[in-house]
Design a protein around this ligand. Structure first.
Ligand SMILES: *Cc1c(COP(=O)(O)O)cnc(C)c1O
Length: 418
């Protein structure tokens, strides 16, 4: 359920017509619904109310400060993958003590800063990282809480680019090396092994790979207890899918009912890192039709949004629904199967292919499910300023990131004197 619905043929974000927002802020733009974000977060929080837990929003999905602020107020922690993300959490009023730090290539300055602010846990992804972190912690007179990211070698059956828990992926520590890695971490004076984690992939529409991973981690927890290493938390990562088209991902409550069954009687805090399932359907990308054209028999709607704004279709062949902002029929519209493409000079620049729509110049289209891995993956390719981000809260419209100006696009560049 989300709060982008039609009223009398016009698309709304909560109580605000999309066309009103466009009149004020132009196109293309990203529009988020606060109530939807909160609702998705609470789907996790409510399911876990009866067990010790920490929901660390996988913030790379959408890291706008206002989004982080909204979730922080709901009690969210954050899963970060860079020091930039940690600084965003702090800036947005989030609690560093609820932060877990993932990533295969954490640098010394990042580890140092995270130790300085006192994060909840370092999700360590290699033996080399254990040694680096230990050395820095000792130098700073601290003990770093660590979890080892175990690669459970489970096939998440998702797109190869977002599959992360297979042997062949760069992420995590191999399942067979886990016990030795924990032994090593318990010998190092700068480290305290407190947890275990995994994150096997994204856009998972079936719980079985997640549950299979959980079982593998629980068995490791038992083996570790036998050698005197008592862990306090288990972190199952993120990865729950969303409905872009016909997918039927499990509701968080269904997934978590299975998880809770397995955790019953164990003294473990459950940590989760959901990103997409909180943010994706809390956002849309709105773009305007510049013109339509027909080459051979192929109809194109050339729109002002492009792959630099929303790269998922180009990068993963991802399908996102594209709907009219105003469904009332207008005389000049053509109904046809359109490829919805941007102005960027790449044949891979499309938002959707073969979409049956009624369109004419000037019509607004909304690309659904654009709240996650949308704006954050944007670029300035073709010297295009990035689109603004707008957060709707019932009947209030907040501009939470301004449209980039042309000047700003070369603000960091220098010409050379000759
Ligand atoms: C990307 C990522 C997440 C969030 O994944 P979603 O599929 O968006 O839920 C969580 N944990 C880690 C380590 C990640 O890299």
């Amino acid at each position: 359920m989300d709060h982008f619905q039609y009223r009398d043929g016009a698309l709304f974000a909560e109580d605000i017509p999309i066309s009103d927002i466009v009149s004020k802020f132009g196109t293309p733009c990203f529009i988020y619904s606060k109530a939807t974000l909160v609702r998705h977060f609470r789907a996790y929080a409510d399911s876990l109310a009866d067990i010790p837990h920490l929901i660390c929003y996988g913030m790379k999905a959408n890291s706008n400060l206002a989004v982080l602020q909204t979730l922080a107020k709901e009690g969210a922690g954050f899963d970060i993958v860079s020091i930039g993300e940690l600084e965003r959490v702090i800036k947005a009023g989030g609690d560093p003590a609820k932060v877990v730090f993932s990533g295969v290539g954490k640098q010394d300055f990042e580890l140092r800063r995270a130790l300085e602010v006192g994060i909840h846990c370092f999700n360590v992804e290699s033996l080399a990282e254990l040694e680096h972190l230990n050395a820095i912690a000792i130098e700073m007179g601290k003990v770093a809480p660590v979890s080892l990211r175990i690669n459970p070698d489970v096939d998440p059956k998702t797109h190869p680019y977002i599959s992360t828990g297979l042997k062949a992926n760069k992420f995590g520590i191999a399942h067979k090396d886990a016990i030795a890695a924990y032994r090593r971490s318990s010998e190092l004076l700068g480290l305290s092994p407190v947890g275990i984690d995994c994150h096997i992939g994204s856009q998972l529409t079936d719980v079985s790979p997640l549950i299979e991973s959980l079982d593998k981690l629980l068995s490791l927890i038992d083996q570790l207890a036998d050698i005197g290493i008592q862990l306090k938390h288990i972190d199952l990562g993120g990865g729950l899918g969303v409905t872009y088209d016909q997918e039927t991902p499990p509701h968080p409550s269904e997934y978590l009912a299975l998880v809770k069954e397995r955790l019953a009687g164990r003294n473990l805090t459950l940590v989760l890192e959901p990103g997409r399932s909180i943010a994706a359907n809390a956002g849309i990308f709105v773009t305007k039709t510049i013109l339509t054209k027909t080459n051979q028999d192929q109809h194109f709607a050339i729109v002002d949004g492009a792959m630099n704004d929303l790269i998922r279709p180009s990068l993963y062949g991802a399908w996102q629904n594209i709907v009219p902002v105003d469904t009332t029929e207008k005389p000049g519209q053509i109904e046809a199967s359109f490829d919805i493409v941007g102005p960027v000079c790449e044949s891979g620049d499309f938002l959707g292919k073969a979409r049956t729509l009624r369109i004419q110049e000037g019509d607004l289209l909304a690309v659904r499910s654009a709240g996650a891995y949308g704006f954050v993956m944007g670029s300035n390719y073709n010297t295009r300023g990035r689109a603004p981000e707008i957060l709707v809260d019932i009947d209030q419209v907040h501009l939470i990131r301004e449209r980039e100006t042309i000047d700003s696009l070369w603000a960091l560049e220098h010409t050379v004197d000759d």
